[in-house]
Design a protein around this ligand. Structure first.
Ligand SMILES: [Zn+2]
Length: 64
């Protein structure tokens, strides 16, 4: 494991703990990650968070 891998792990952990706090300086990066992580329901087409297990709209199980 090199230092860049450690930075990536730190960044991911930081993102997961801080994304809900909407820190202005971090929002551009947070929004890019959120867009990258967005999935769509295969049943109804609704946007779904990457970490969601079920579609909020129709209840369809989300594939990982
Ligand atoms: Zn759905």
């Amino acid at each position: 494991m090199d230092v860049n891998t450690l930075y990536k792990e730190l960044g991911k952990a930081f993102y997961q703990s801080e994304k809900s706090r909407s820190i202005p300086d971090l929002m551009p990066a947070v929004n890019k990650i959120a867009a990258f992580n967005t999935k769509f329901c295969t049943s109804c087409g609704e946007k779904i968070d990457a970490d969601a297990k079920f579609c909020m709209k129709c209840g369809n199980k989300v594939e990982v």
